[in-house]
Write a protein that binds this ligand. Structure first.
Ligand code: GLC
Length: 733
C-alpha cells in the first residue's frame, strides 16, 4: 500500500501512518460497482474523452496539461468524478526518455534489455525490476507504463527483439506476467504488447501475418494468455500489423473472441500509436492512443461521433469501453494516487538491482581451456572496440531510457535526427576492469584500425574484444553478421593472441565466423545502467555467470524458417520513421512463418538442424549434475547438485520430448537454483497442461497416451528420458 504523496506531506515523517484516503461512504469499494456508478454520472463528452488519448511525445510543453508529464501520451480523466488522467510512458526497460529529448536531463534507471532479463531465468528479479520501474514512473508523474513486450522472437533479425523476452511461450509469458505484476504493485497500470504477431519492424504498419488459429494458440497467443493470467495487466496494446488480413486493432477474432470471450480479460485494449484504421470500438478496441499518430484528430473523435449519429456505433458500445477503462483505473488504485511529478528517487538501490539483473543475465557461451575468469595475475589486459572506454550500448526507439548519470556517449544515426540515437550507458567496461584488476595495466584500443589493434594484441596477456550491434525500433537487421568490420577485427586479434575473449553486446543472435579461434565468448546483451560493472565482475570471476539463452543462435541465415527477412527485398525504411521508400499503393507485405507454433528451438529440433548455440544454453565457472527426474501426472521432481568448487546458479529446464511416438521439444518448466559447492537440492515443477496439448476444434486437447520428458541444460543437451502414461484424452477451453 503506498501513501499518496500529498497525504505524506501533511504528516510529520515520524508519525506517517498508512492512512488510506477516506472513501466517501456512498462510494462502493468494488471496482466494477464503482465504475458503474461513475459511468451513470458521466456526460457523453466525458465518456468520449476517455476512449481517446493524445500524442504527448511530439507536443510542446505548453500544449500539455499541467499535471501531465511528457511521455508517450496521455488520456484526459474526469476530474469532476475523481477519475485521474492516464499519463503514459514507455516502457519495458525503464521510464523512457528517447534520446534524452522528451524530458531533457530527466534520468531514470536503465534496466538491461528484456533478452537479458529473460536470460536470468529468474522471474523474481524480473518482478523486482518491474517494481523499480513502476516506482520511478510514479515519482516522475506517470501512472501508465507501456511495458510487457512479449511478442515471441520469431525473427532473429528483428529490430525490437531487445524489447522482447524470448522465443518460448512459457518463458515469455512468465517473465512478462511478472514484470507487469511488479509495475502494477506501484499503482501504475502496465500493458502487455504488441497483440499480436508483431515480430519484425520492416513493413510493420501494413504487413499481413498469415497463421492458423492452432499455431497462434500454441505459441504467441499462449504467451499472452500466460502473461495475462500472471500479471493481470490493466491494458493490452494491439499492434500495427494485420493478422489473417485484418488489422489487429479492428480484429474481432483476437480482441473479442479470444481476449474477451475465451480468456475473460477484463482490462481494456489500447491501440499502438498510429495503429488505428477505423472506428473499431465494436471490434474490440476500447481506447485510441496518441490520436494524432493515426490522423489529425484520430478516429475516436469526429468519426466516432459520426458513427454514433449514424447508429453504426451505439452508446452501449461506448459505455462498454468506458466501463472497462474506469474499472481498471479503480482496480489498480490509480484514482487514489494523484499524479505528482518531481518526487525524489533514491537511485542507488535501483542501480544495484540493474547491475544484479545484468550479472544474472550475462551468458557464458564458450570457455575453452577455462580462459575465463581472467587470472588475477594478468598484468597486461587489452580491451578493444565497442566504445568500451565510454560505456555499454542500449537499443533505440520508444523504449530508450536516459540513464542515471546521463548517457556517456550519444551518437547520431545518419539521416535520423530525433527518433533514434545510439546511447551508451555511463558504465565503462574499461574503468570497471581497472577496478577488478588493480595490479594490471588495462589498455584500450578503439578497434578502428585492425592492424594497430592486432599489433597491440601481440603484447597483451589477455585481449577482450567488445563486439556491438545497434538494434532499434523501425529497423531490422538484414543478416546475422556483426556490423562493420568487427568480424575481421576479432579474427585478426585472435590470430595473434589465443587468449582472446569476445564480449557480445547485441540485441539479436549473431553468427561467429571467428569462433574456432576464440576460446571464450560472453553474451552481455544491452546490459543497462551498470552494465560495465556487471561485465567486468563476470570476467574477473567476482560473479559466476548463470545466464541461459532465451533465444536460439542460428549457425547461419539459411537455417532459419525465413532465410530472407520478409519484405526486406522490397522495402527500405526511411531511417527513424514509420515510412518507406515505396508508394502507399505498393505497401503490401504478407508474412508467413513456416515454423508455425514451433518457434525457435522447436523448429531446429523438428527440422534436425544444429544451431550455433541452443535455447537454454549457458556455462558456469562451476559444474552441475542433475538427475532423478520423476514425473507423476503434471508434477515433476528432480535433483540438481553443484559438483564444482564455487557457488553458482543452475537452471533446470524440463522439456516434453515425445508424445505418442511423435518427437517434439517443448519447455514445460524451469527452475533457477543457487547452489553452494557440493550442495544438492530437489527441484519441483508443475506442468501447465496446455504445454502438453494441441489446439483442436476450438479447445485444448491433451491426448491420452505415452509422453516422454527429459531434464536439460539446454534444448539440445538433455538427460535421461522419463515415460509417463496419461490414461485418456482431456479437453479444456
Ligand atoms: C511505439 C511502439 C509502442 C510504444 C508506443 C508509444 O511506436 O510500437 O511499443 O509503446 O509507440 O511510444
Amino acid at each position: 500500500m503506498r501513501i499518496p504523496l500529498p497525504l505524506l506531506g501533511t504528516f510529520a515523517l515520524s508519525t506517517a501512518l498508512l492512512v488510506a484516503p477516506a472513501q466517501s461512504q456512498s462510494q462502493p469499494q468494488n471496482p466494477d460497482a464503482r465504475a458503474q456508478v461513475a459511468l451513470e454520472q458521466m456526460t457523453q463528452d466525458e465518456k468520449l474523452s476517455l476512449v481517446q488519448g493524445f500524442l504527448a511525445a511530439r507536443m510542446s510543453p505548453e500544449e500539455l496539461p499541467d499535471n501531465i508529464a511528457k511521455g508517450a501520451g496521455y488520456v484526459q480523466g474526469v476530474e469532476r468524478l475523481g477519475i485521474p488522467p492516464l499519463a503514459q510512458s514507455d516502457a519495458s526497460l525503464g521510464v523512457a526518455n528517447m534520446g534524452g529529448f522528451m524530458r531533457p536531463n530527466d534520468e531514470a534507471t536503465a534496466m538491461p534489455s528484456l533478452l537479458a532479463m529473460a536470460s536470468t531465468w529468474n522471474p523474481d528479479i524480473v518482478e523486482e525490476a518491474g517494481r523499480v520501474m513502476g516506482a520511478e514512473a510514479r515519482a516522475k508523474g506517470f501512472n501508465a507504463m507501456l511495458a510487457g513486450g512479449i511478442n515471441l522472437v520469431r525473427e532473429p533479425r528483428g529490430g525490437r527483439n531487445f524489447e522482447y523476452f524470448s522465443e518460448d511461450p512459457l518463458l515469455s509469458g512468465v517473465m512478462g506476467g511478472r514484470q507487469v505484476r511488479g509495475i502494477q504493485s506501484q499503482e501504475v497500470l502496465s500493458t502487455v504488447k504488441h497483440f499480436l504477431l508483431n515480430a519484425q519492424e520492416t513493413g510493420r504498419t501494413f504487413a499481413d501475418v498469415q497463421m492458423s488459429e492452432a499455431d497462434m494458440r500454441e505459441s504467441d497467443l499462449l504467451a499472452f494468455q500466460i502473461a495475462i493470467e500472471i500479471g493481470k495487466p490493466g491494458s493490452v496494446m494491439c499492434s500495427y500489423n494485420r493478422v489473417n488480413g485484418i488489422y489487429t486493432c479492428e480484429n474481432e477474432f483476437l480482441l473479442n473472441e479470444v481476449l474477451r470471450d475465451d480468456w475473460g480479460y477484463d482490462g481494456f485494449v489500447m491501440s499502438d500509436w498510429g495503429s488505428v484504421h477505423s472506428v473499431s470500438i465494436r471490434q474490440g478496441l476500447d481506447q485510441e492512443s496518441g490520436r494524432a499518430a493515426d490522423r489529425s484528430d484520430g478516429y475516436f473523435s469526429g468519426p466516432l461521433r459520426g458513427a454514433l449519429a449514424e447508429g453504426t456505433v451505439t452508446w452501449d458500445d461506448v459505455d462498454r469501453s468506458v466501463f472497462r477503462i474506469v474499472r481498471t483505473i479503480y482496480s489498480l488504485g490509480l484514482a487514489e494516487s494523484p499524479l505528482a511529478a518531481g518526487q525524489p528517487i533514491d537511485f542507488a538501490p535501483h542501480l544495484q538491482l540493474a547491475q544484479r539483473v545484468a550479472e544474472q543475465g550475462i551468458i557464458l557461451l564458450r570457455n575453452e581451456g577455462n580462459v575465463l575468469p581472467i587470472a588475477a595475475s594478468a598484468s597486461r589486459i587489452l580491451v578493444i572496440g565497442g566504445h568500451a572506454d565510454m560505456g555499454v550500448p542500449q537499443g533505440g526507439g520508444s523504449s530508450q531510457v536516459w540513464p542515471v548519470g546521463g548517457a556517456s556517449l550519444s551518437l547520431e544515426i545518419p539521416g535520423d535526427k530525433i527518433y533514434h540515437r545510439r546511447l551508451y550507458m555511463p558504465s565503462a567496461p574499461v574503468d570497471a576492469l581497472r577496478e577488478q584488476f588493480p595490479m594490471a595495466e588495462v589498455l584500450f584500443d578503439d578497434g578502428t584500425d585492425i592492424t594497430r589493434a592486432a599489433a597491440a594484441a601481440r603484447e597483451a596477456d589477455v585481449v577482450i574484444v567488445f563486439a556491438e550491434e545497434f538494434s532499434a525500433e523501425n529497423h531490422d537487421q538484414l543478416d546475422l553478421r556483426l556490423p562493420g568490420n568487427q568480424d575481421a577485427l576479432i579474427d585478426a586479434v585472435a590470430t595473434v593472441n589465443p587468449q582472446t575473449v569476445v564480449v557480445l553486446e547485441t540485441g539479436n543472435p549473431v553468427v561467429m565466423p571467428w569462433l574456432s579461434k576464440v576460446p571464450a565468448v560472453l553474451q552481455a546483451w544491452y546490459s543497462g545502467n551498470r552494465g560495465g560493472n556487471a561485465i567486468a565482475r563476470v570476467l574477473s570471476g567476482a560473479v559466476n555467470p548463470s545466464g541461459r539463452l532465451p533465444i536460439t543462435f542460428p549457425a547461419a541465415e539459411d537455417q532459419m524458417p525465413n532465410p530472407v527477412l520478409p519484405g526486406s527485398d522490397i522495402i527500405k525504411p526511411i531511417v527513424g520513421t514509420d515510412l518507406y521508400d515505396i508508394p502507399a499503393s505498393d505497401q503490401k507485405l504478407t508474412i508467413t512463418y513456416p515454423e508455425g507454433s514451433d518457434v525457435g528451438y522447436r523448429w531446429y529440433s523438428t527440422q534436425g538442424k544444429q544451431p550455433l548455440y541452443s535455447f537454454g544454453h549457458g556455462l558456469s565457472y562451476t559444474t552441475f549434475a542433475s538427475g532423478g527426474l520423476e514425473v507423476a501426472g503434471t508434477t515433476a521432481s528432480f535433483e540438481v547438485a553443484n559438483t564444482g568448487d564455487q557457488t553458482g546458479a543452475a537452471v533446470a529446464q524440463l522439456y516434453l520430448v515425445g508424445r505418442n511416438g511423435e518427437s517434439l521439444r517443448r519447455l514445460v518448466g524451469f527452475q533457477r537454483m543457487d547452489l553452494a559447492p557440493g550442495e544438492s537440492r530437489t527441484g519441483h515443477m508443475s506442468i501447465d497442461p496446455r504445454l502438453l496439448a494441441e489446439w483442436v476444434d476450438d479447445r485444448w486437447l491433451m491426448a491420452g497416451g505415452i509422453y516422454h520428458f527429459a531434464l536439460g541444460e539446454s534444448a539440445d543437451r538433455l538427460g535421461d528420458v522419463v515415460e509417463v502414461r496419461f490414461p485418456d484424452s482431456q479437453w479444456s477451453d
